[in-house]
Design a protein around this ligand. Structure first.
Ligand code: KIV
Length: 289
């Protein structure tokens, strides 16, 4: 039987049935194909593209045009997963009109099914506006990387009872505003568990413990593609030592080229014999004496 495309109602059914939702980030066609082949329910074109693909230190600099470009490339690799595009910093802050216009570009130009925006508070109005414009929105609270300069550092949020109660209120407000799911990033397990049980929409955790309705990891983190020496956050499980695996392959290629052992005959092409004779005749004409 052909697998059908994941929809938002199907995600809501998964929550009701207690079935976990697997979400992973992708940034281009090959990462999209891998996420799709692995059977991910949701593929997120995260603005973590800024860090893992574009080499920026934070997610602040990535532009709307860059995120549209990445989402288009991912979209071409997606058949079944729900495709969510992350709206970059400053693309959903200025006004409801501008937020709808920018989110609308993801829907019309990339093939995304939904967008994700970080924050609650003033952002709930944007979620409401997007819902009114028929644009499904995923919320994101806890450690929201676009607010890194306010937080000062990447650390667990909601560890104090007051903060935790504020985050629960934020999740409820986002659900009320119309978010179809909410990412909980770097919050205590007990808080994520309470939020998950109080919401009717699914929670997707990252560093939020095992009780969320789903989980998300950044592709490059789970594949171990970060350079040795870079900090490995506690919440990440590396499923393969991708850096050393790929480094070994590229190093062997460089060594083979230098040694003259690549390409060999098995990776080369030859003339058919008649064409070879003809070619020799043309480039080495026999002189008439
Ligand atoms: O940008 C991103 O990759 C994200 C996920 C980690 C949730 O926002």
């Amino acid at each position: 039987m052909q697998k059908s495309r994941m929809t938002i109602p199907m995600l809501h059914q998964k929550k009701q049935a207690g079935e976990k939702i697997a979400m992973v980030t992708a940034y281009d066609y090959p990462t999209a194909r891998l996420a799709e082949a692995a059977g991910a329910d949701i593929v997120l074109v995260g603005d973590s593209a800024a860090n893992v693909v574009l080499g920026y230190e934070t997610t602040i600099p990535v532009t709307l045009e860059e995120m549209l470009h990445h989402t288009r490339t991912v979209s071409r690799g997606i058949e079944h997963a729900l495709l969510v595009a992350d709206m970059p910093f400053m693309s959903f802050h200025i006004s409801r009109e501008e937020t709808i216009r920018n989110a609308g570009r993801f829907m019309k130009e990339t093939g995304a099914t939904a967008v994700k925006i970080e924050g609650a508070g003033a952002r709930c109005g944007m979620v409401e506006a997007l819902k009114e414009a028929e644009i499904p929105v995923m919320g994101h609270i806890g450690l929201t990387p676009q607010s890194i300069y306010r937080f000062g550092e990447f650390r667990v949020q909601g560890t104090m009872a007051d903060q935790a109660a504020d985050l629960l209120d934020a999740a409820l407000a986002l659900e009320q505003a119309g978010a179809f799911a909410i990412v909980l990033e770097l919050v205590p397990t007990e808080l994520a568990s309470t939020i998950t049980s109080r919401l009717s929409v699914p929670t997707i955790g990252i560093g939020a413990g095992p009780d969320c309705d789903g989980q998300v990891l950044v592709f490059h983190d789970l594949c171990g593609l970060n350079e040795p020496g870079t900090k490995r956050p506690k919440h990440v499980r590396e499923y393969v030592d991708g850096w050393n695996l790929l480094l070994g392959a590229v190093r062997s290629y460089v060594d083979d080229v230098r040694a003259g052992s690549f390409p060999d005959d098995a990776h080369s092409f030859h003339f058919k014999s008649k064409q070879l004779d003809e070619f020799h005749r043309r480039v080495n004409p026999v002189s008439e004496e």
